[in-house]
Design a protein around this ligand. Sequence first.
Ligand code: SF4
Length: 202
Amino acid sequence: MRAIDPAVGAIAAAAASCESLDTLADVVRGCVACAELASLRTSVVVGDFPATARLLLVGEGPGANEDVAGRPFVGKGGQLLDSLLAEAGLDRAHVAVANVVKCRPPGNRTPTPAEARRCTGWLDRQLALCAPSLVVTLGLSALRWASGSGIRLRDVRGVVREWRGTRLLPTYHPSAALRFGPAGEPMAMLRADLRTAAAELS
Ligand code: SF4
């Protein structure tokens, strides 16, 4: 049986007490619940939440560039994401972007289940305060935040469904699109799914 992690409940309670995204951002920046990540980070990458956002993109966690910049998706994956959003007619300036974990896992490793469980309290509250019309999860970690651990991306990607009072559209992470290259399936699927997102919002 999994041991109870008191940080999960503490973060959920702290997040619930935040009445705005700005207040939550200030509180998250002081979070040290994951000792390893907190000790190694340059910044807490809280996320971008423009007031005009109707679309929320959720990725896995900050990489090296994001850790330095303090913003999500600013490296090569972010540049690809911006260009595919623009192709679909979506302006990143009006798109909310956040990650499952707000602090960079060392060596860009996948966040541990314990880290993801803790940080989910912040992300869940961001979702509630942002109240987007559509959530697009990028990659498996974000899909698991939304849908639990037993699900496969290939079974649900590209399909929009009702979810937590909004709609959910799972797709690939830009890093997978970069890894498999311009002719790879993840690139084609990510491109198609962002077009689906734009159509859902039109
Ligand atoms: S990853 Fe999330 S829960 Fe862990 S220390 Fe950073 S902000 Fe806190």
